[in-house]
Structures are given as C-alpha cells and as structure tokens.
Design a protein around this ligand. Structure first.
Ligand code: NAD
Length: 250
C-alpha cells in the first residue's frame, strides 16, 4: 500500500496486518523517522517492508514494485492511500500551476500508474494460478464530489481517482480483480490538523449525521472488509466512510 506509517494509512495497514496480510508500506519520510509506526505494524504479526518512495515519481514507483517482488514474490492487494493536500490553500482564482501539478501528480498520476504496474503483475499471477484472488482499493475523498474553491486541485485529483476506480474496475473485471473506492469524510489526522478548530465547530453544528470526527480505524475497517471479500459483486463501487456527511438533508 502507499502511505501506511501515519494517519489513515496506518489505520488501514494495522487492520490488514491484523487480518494476517504481510505489508509493504511506503512514504516520503526516511526509514529512521518511521521506525515507531513500523514497530507498531510489526506488532500485528505482519512482516513489514518499508520503502522510501514518492509515488509521484516513476522511478520510485518502479523501485517500490520491485522491492515488493524481491521481498514477498507476490502481490494480493494494492491500496492507493497516500495523498497530499495543497501546501497552501489558495482560491481557484489564485492557485499556481506548480501546486496543481504537484497535487495531481501525487494524488492521481501516481496511483494511476502504480495501479497499471500492479495490475499487470496481478494478471500474471491470475494466469499462472486461476485460484489466485486479488483486489485494489483507492482512497479518494468527499472532495471527489464536494467543491472546495480553496483547494480545487485537490478536489480535481480525487474526482480523477474516482474515475480511475471505474476504469480499472472495468478493465480488470475479466481477471476477477475487483477495484473499489473508499471515500473518507473528515478524519482526524496530520492532514486535517491545520483545520481542526473549523471542523470541530462544523461537526458540533451537525455537518455530519454521526456527530464525531472519523478515525483512521473507521477507514481501516472498511478497507479490511473489502479486501477480505465481504463485498462480493460490488466492483467499481464507492464506500463512503463519512458519518453521513454526503446525505443531502433539508
Ligand atoms: P496524512 O498527511 O496524515 O498521511 C499521508 C501519508 O501519505 C503519509 O504517510 C505520507 O508519507 C504519504 N504520502 C504523501 N504524499 C506522498 C507521496 N507523494 N508519495 C508517497 N507517500 C506519500 O494524511 P491522511 O489524512 O492520513 O490521508 C490519507 C489519504 O486519505 C490521502 O489520500 C487523503 O487525501 C485521504 N483523505 C483524508 C481525509 C482526512 O480527513 N484526513 C479525508 C478524505 C480523504
């Protein structure tokens, strides 16, 4: 999976470790900066591989996939979790092309081409062994459908990832590989720390039906259910882990 050492990614990895999956996680931080979380994941009983890799860079994606090949020799699940918010929230009238490119590269282009590389490998495995089963999960966001004019490039990247889920589901169906989208609402992580006060107030005021922040474990449990096979006949679909935020209400 991408990410995995903090926030939602850690919540997903911990649940998958508890499900007896071995784990390959990645991130932009150096290995010694993530030693603590890696020990936490190992405590689930999983074998854990960490690769320092920026998924926006082709060379890093290739390095990541070959590290998984040499460490585990197989790939059953890909979770595209890693993502970034714009470094600076800027109005759509002001935003720079640099920020647009950086966010779209990390949140959309990276996962799209990592999926391509992993899907090719999964197809190989399926052809060698018809009993092999795999799956792919993309972590998108409520921002795939909610327009926030102060982070348009993030919304566009997540809307694109949502379409990528449909495209890969359609393409990989013949190989029996389901592709799902998990769309978190407002989850307490480092990413939302800068806007914590604002969301505390909105949640208190009824923004979500379930009046609390989402947790990384909420998302981890949804992903675990999907990759365990608990949502058969559902490829290409979206699971909203958002406390009902997306329910239109009067
Ligand atoms: P976070 O900032 O706490 O963690 C992001 C993780 O992704 C980190 O481990 C980081 O190293 C990794 N990462 C970021 N850019 C990367 C890159 N280019 N290459 C490799 N790794 C990279 O964020 P989070 O809140 O845990 O978010 C995880 C995912 O969930 C993201 O895709 C985010 O867009 C999405 N999401 C978060 C929320 C929320 O409320 N926190 C809501 C909806 C969707």
């Amino acid at each position: 999976m991408t990410g995995g050492t903090r926030g939602i990614g850690f919540g997903i990895a911990a649940r998958l470790g508890a499900e007896r999956f071995d784990l390959a996680v990645c991130g932009v931080r150096a290995r010694d900066e993530v030693a603590g979380p890696l020990r936490g994941l190992e405590a689930t009983g999983a074998k854990v591989l960490y690769v320092e890799a920026d998924i926006g860079a082709r060379e890093a994606r290739e390095r990541l996939v070959s590290a998984v090949r040499s460490e585990f020799g197989r790939l059953d699940v890909l979770v595209n979790n890693a993502g970034m918010a714009p470094r600076r929230r800027a109005d759509v009238l002001e935003v720079s092309e640099e920020s647009f490119e950086e966010v779209v590269r990390a949140n959309l282009q990276g996962p799209y081409f990592l999926t391509q590389a992993c899907a090719r490998w999964m197809i190989e495995q399926r052809k060698e062994n018809p009993d092999w089963h795999g799956s792919i999960v993309n972590v998108s966001s409520m921002s795939a459908t909610f327009a926030s004019t102060n982070r348009g490039e993030y919304c566009i990247s997540k809307a694109g990832l949502s379409m990528a889920t449909k495209l890969w589901a359609a393409r990989l169906g013949e190989f029996g590989i389901p592709v799902y989208e998990v769309s978190p609402g407002i989850v307490k992580t480092d990413m939302t720390a800068p806007v914590e006060g604002k969301y505390d107030e909105l949640i208190e005021g009824g923004l979500t039906i379930e009046r609390r922040w989402g947790t990384p474990d909420d998302v981890g449990r949804a992903v675990a259910a999907l990759v365990r096979g608990d949502f058969p006949y559902s490829t290409g679909n979206v699971v909203h882990v958002d406390g009902g935020l997306g329910v239109p209400r009067l």
